[in-house]
Design a binder for this molecule. Sequence first.
Ligand code: BGC
Length: 909
Amino acid sequence: MNILDLRCEYRLNPLGIDVRKPRLSWILASSRRGARQTAYQIAAALDDVYILQGKPLLWDSGKIESDQSIQVPYDGPELQSRQRVYWRVRVWDEDDHASEWSSPAWFEMGLLDSDDWGAQWIGNPLVGGPRSPVPSPFFRKEFSTGGELQSARLYITSLGIYEASINGIRVGEDVFAPGWTDYDKRIHYQTYDVTNNLENGLNVIGVIIGDGWYCGHIAWQGRQIYGDRPKLFAQLEIRLTDGSIQTITTDETWGTNVGPILESDLLMGEAYDARLELSSWNLPSRSGRGVEGWSPAVSFPHPEGAVLVAQNTVPVRAQEELTPIAEPTLLWGWPNHDWIFDFGQNLVGRVRLKVRGERGKTILLRYGEMLDENGTLYTENLRSARQTDYYTLKGDPDGETYESRFTFHGFRYVQVNGLTETPTSDLLTAIVLHSDNSNAIEFECSDPLVNQLQHNIRWGWKGNSVDVPTDCPQRDERLGWTGDGQVFVKTATYLTHSASFFTKWIQDLADAQFDYGAIPSVAPVIPSLKKSDGGAAWSDAFIIVPWTVWQQYGDRRILETHYDAMCRYMDYLTENSPGLIRMLPGEKELIKGKEDEQIGGYGDWLAQDGSSDRRGLTPKDLIGTAFLAYDAKLMAQIASAIDKTDDADRFKQLFKDTRSAFIKRFITSDGLVVGQTQTAYILALYFDLVPEDLHSIISAALLKDIEVTRKTHMSTGFVGTPYLTQVLTDIGRVDLAYALLLQKSFPSWLYSVIHGATTIWERWDGWTEENGFQDPGMNSFNHYAYGAVGTWMVENITGIRTDPKNPGFKHILLRPVITSEMSFARCAYQSPYGPIRSHWYTEENAMIWEVSVPANTTATAQIPIRAGTQIHEDALPIEESPGVTFIRKTPELAVYKLQAGSYKFEIGK
Ligand code: BGC
């Protein structure tokens, strides 16, 4: 067995972590059937030579009889600040044969104690106002090394978003660091290995800070939400060959200045005047005394109550580049020349402009997702987000290049104004920015429209994972809406390695929790939503998201970390749900004793059920009570996963009681569900809130509404849609689930696809043939929520799903739901144990199904059959196939347990 992909806290060789007992994982690769681990041994050392020679060791786990190969906590001596720990692992297989040692990996600790920091917060004297931005400050510090360099680390963060350089060379590749947290509570710092940036002798560290989330616009709230100006906090530690450490920290000896970035704002855009560039500002001055025109930085106290913690998530990075799909078109020629560039893909990021022109002339770049019927850029849906960059040329005869630093836009089209010559398409390149959640899936099926839908789901996730999972990336919102996040989280885990990303966001939710236990509708929370309970299906993200991360990654620690806070949330819900009927306020502060008047929440947001209200027709208290029951059910599983048996019993009881309350209040004895909307039926069925004897009546009512009343269309909004196709599959109507998936007429997933969508739209009716664009006040073309059908697609079309009883894909359920609508489907999914593959296709009279089960896991395969179907595996009758054990048979399914390995089933007549 080969041991690959050694990770620590989900990352490859993470630098600067502050987890005291970091978790280690590895992947076992073997083509042998039944390959599994029966024991492991981890060795750790403080030096890369020591680890290879096996001594001296910091920690030797010894041989541990265990099949655990993910989420294994480091258990050696207490880790110290700055320590770099090299580790490797070997395993014993099912025959007790020891493997070779793996290649070593490492992790490095950051600064664990506040005493480790000697830096001060510094800023520039210039302050803007709630409406008036000021130029982005520059900071520089010149210093000489006190001896010969060995290695160096930069520990750095800012309030605002920074870009650092040493001797003119950019430090790292991260974009928008330190990202968005509630800065009043928590500030992430980053650690960089800057050994190669430094020279022996004179050096300069330079940092530019944009307003970012700290003091730029957030949503509709104006500027300066957290503070009045950007600030910097940095500590450069240089280890010299004589063993001494030289430390350079931010303080008032740093110089500050302003330069070409006249405005930088995440929502509004950037204004850059290249004539104001500060030449050589981040290079050592000849004199060593600095450069002229810089004033001393001003120091500030540490923000009270905020903890400095090591970044625990993946950084935002430039991920790919796109070029326009055609030559630009001239929109109008007078009084200005306006050109439209089309990137063919609704994306999130910035552009690189390569241009030559007259000094002092300004080029305007305006970004939008759509064109209107006149071919003009459609920007009404951006609301107050200006999404415009201005670049003023310095007039370089060789041409000049501009890329914004501290803003991002949601766009497919760019309108360029201010050019004096006819441009060609190479004027602009689009740079796609998002959190570095690496791809986890290859998915393809025989239906090109479904493949386009999958593409759109993926791009919706790319654009809405910019440090925080956001609702949309373009208008003046871009918030971590809890409802959207819980709806999409599982699909996100099927698209990318998302565990660190959500670990960070769950902490944002915990930071946003009110002292009385409620959870708001956005995290990080913003001032206008600071006092309102997020309401059903929104605030429940605090239970659903950690539960999902545990299910998909086997991460128990996330449950342990937040368990008490989750219990406080549950207490708050039950205390405020009289008779276990949940009627929580959505946008108002909860007033005890007046709950009845405050039935709120966002309902079944944007449902197409005939309601004139965005909140849909499904009663809010029905949604609330259904989610209370669901939370209780998940909490029972969570409590037992972390060995809190008494609590598990308590939550099981709470589920039962809430279920009874739900049935009593919302279901009549002849099977009528209050509201009679698709979402009401779906929630009752999916959350197991239907009395056994009424199951078929309620299912029939749902089917009737879909098939007869709405002629095979859904009417569901954010709340019902994610479960719709799964409920239909569970009640034996997978044909109808497929019919809805493949439905092309409005409202449907494919309606936007056949009208050229390249991302998921916020609304089913974002644009329709009949009415054109929806209300621009609420019409994003890049909103991932309805993309949550992606989970059903992976789990049913290709048949790969986690087994709730064995989280993290330790045991895999394989069950493709074959349809005559498709002739093949294939998927390779990178699970925590390695790639799981499922590929089915039809061949003459047989169906072929190839699967791979990673080493150290097992699977249950449910093979679709009809009467008399013969099954062969690799040309042998299945009964004789090694690694396959028969479990049971029904008229439609033959069920087998599979050991790890690759299989080819031939399912014939
Ligand atoms: C957001 C949604 C969000 C909703 C709450 C909207 O403005 O874009 O996606 O969940 O508000 O109802």
